[in-house]
Design a binder for this molecule. Structure first.
Ligand code: ZN
Length: 240
């Protein structure tokens, strides 16, 4: 028997679909290589294998379609299909001409879904009263202001190739009193500032801005030990 449940985004009762938390296309390189590099709580722990992306019944069909627009944009931006301007300067890759609304709402929908997920993989993501604020932004197609839930992105390279076959369980960290969440997928570290106050200026400059610009710190890592060192030093970068 099929029952209607409350959609987590529009909050109407409807038949819910299985939604992924991290979009399926970010798992593709893992499937292609038959390689499930890291899906564990920490690089020191043995890897756990998940046969597929993590799915959960969260959204109605309309809301799933609504979010898929942002995902589609993110896929084209990060994997290919949209030509945008990029310039490499030292450790930074400066991207411009990004659709602020579409990419911001992709970033917001990602952390929001992780926050409402009951799957153990996302258990470190607990957004409290921010959960509903982010839900309202997504539902009204409002990308919000640069500083609100801004996301600092770091590109992970191995031999100068983006390390797309690495997914690490999200972590909740503290940075100068602010709560930040660190996600690793799609070749990037995604660091979200979840706070009511404006993040530090260094972080603010690294967020996507309404003009469509974002600087991405590109880092070569040899192994996961390097990643841990990088994770500790994330905020010590002085260039931003
Ligand atoms: Zn809905």
């Amino acid at each position: 028997m099929v029952t209607e449940e409350k959609c987590r985004l529009c909050q109407k009762h409807n038949l819910l679909q299985k939604s992924h938390i991290i979009p399926e296309f970010f798992y593709k390189t893992l499937y292609d290589k038959q390689k499930y590099d890291v899906l564990s709580t920490s690089p020191e722990q043995p890897n756990r294998r998940f046969p597929q992306g993590i799915y959960e019944k969260l959204l109605c069909g309309d809301c799933e379609t609504h979010l898929s627009k942002y995902e589609s944009y993110a896929r084209k931006l990060l994997i290919g299909g949209i030509n945008i301007d990029s310039m490499r300067d030292g450790d930074f890759l400066f991207l411009s001409e990004i659709d602020y609304t579409a990419f911001r709402l992709f970033q917001l929908s990602l952390i929001w879904r992780a926050g409402i997920s009951t799957h153990s993989f996302f258990s470190n993501v607990s957004l409290g009263n921010h959960e509903d604020k982010i839900r309202e932004l997504i539902l009204s197609n409002n990308p919000g202001l640069t500083w609100q839930y801004g996301c600092f992105m770091i590109g992970l390279l191995a031999d100068d190739v983006l390390l797309t076959d690495l997914i690490i369980q999200p972590e909740r960290l503290k940075h100068q009193g602010d709560t930040v969440y660190r996600f690793v997928f799609g070749g990037f570290v995604w660091i979200y500032f979840v706070s009511n106050r404006t993040p530090p200026i260094q972080a603010l400059r690294a967020f996507l801005n309404p003009a469509g610009n974002i600087p991405i710190l590109m880092k070569n890592i040899e192994n996961l030990k390097d990643f841990e060192t990088l994770a500790v030093k994330l905020f010590q970068t002085s260039k931003l």
